[in-house]
Design a protein around this ligand. Structure first.
Ligand SMILES: [Zn+2]
Length: 254
């Protein structure tokens, strides 16, 4: 036997309860107006989901335009159950308030990230959400320093793309200790070799080690052994060597 809707005298169907009923319609309209989405009356709720998802340029999983429809459906459902089993009237205002409240809780629990509001930053304050853009450290000048007279400096760079943090970590393991147990024997051996000639190792940002960085990325592209002499060094490499020789800085973080 078909049951009667909890908000009006219509027959309760999924389509009526979640989309067409006056209660559902008021709730959907409230949020559609904020996000500037045009609702097509009586559309199936799968179509409505898709309409919200494709309404923004940057919508991905977890984006506010996918979360709001889910919350609307969930709180319509709980309001319907409250009306049916606890005799609490179905109020669009209460459903709307619960959607706001849950978004605010998700924000406080840090479950939203910057990308979840991408393209919709202007409406975030309506939900009590303050989005701070990730801050980048200011640019710094990086120099290649000439070694003291009587000593040599070997510039190296691993032939691995975009893994500067790995070399920082390796140097930390050698100079300060730590690192996984299975490389401890190797680390002890490196320390022993360094101590023999009182050698030191330091980390420098790739911007301050441009020649080695360029050679390393060339090695990555070629995947074969190649050696340059000072005569056949390409112009680009030569100009980077000159920058180091003259002690000119390069900028990191622009
Ligand atoms: Zn109804």
């Amino acid at each position: 036997m078909a049951s009667r809707c909890q908000c009006c005298s219509a027959i309760e169907t999924i389509q009526h309860l979640f989309i067409d009923s006056p209660t559902a319609d008021t709730v959907w309209r409230h949020f559609a107006d904020i996000i500037h989405i045009t609702l097509r009356p009586r559309e199936g709720f799968q179509y409505r989901f898709q309409a919200w998802r494709f309404s923004g340029q940057f919508v991905s999983t977890g984006h506010i335009r996918t979360i709001i429809p889910l919350l609307i459906l969930w709180f319509i459902w709980t309001a319907r159950n409250d009306a049916k089993h606890r005799d609490i009237a179905m109020e669009p205002r209460r459903i709307i308030w619960r959607v706001y409240h849950t978004i605010s809780l998700l924000h406080t629990g840090r479950l939203f990230r910057h990308i979840h509001w991408r393209g919709d930053m202007d409406i975030a304050p309506i939900f009590g959400v303050i989005i701070t853009t990730p801050s980048h450290p200011p640019p710094t000048l990086v120099f290649w320093r000439t070694p003291p007279v009587g000593s040599y400096k070997i510039n190296t760079d691993g032939c691995v793309k975009d893994r500067e943090s790995d070399s920082t970590l390796a140097i930390h393991c050698i100079t300060k200790g730590g690192g996984p147990w299975h490389i401890q024997a190797t680390i002890r051996h490196i320390r022993h070799l360094l101590a023999l000639d009182s050698d030191t190792i330091t980390h420098i940002y790739r911007e301050g080690n441009q020649v080695a960085d360029l050679l390393a990325s060339e090695g990555w592209d070629r995947r074969c052994y190649h050696e340059y002499s000072s005569q056949d060094l390409p112009r680009r490499h030569r100009s980077l060597v000159q920058i180091d020789r003259f002690g000119l800085p390069t900028v990191r973080g622009l």
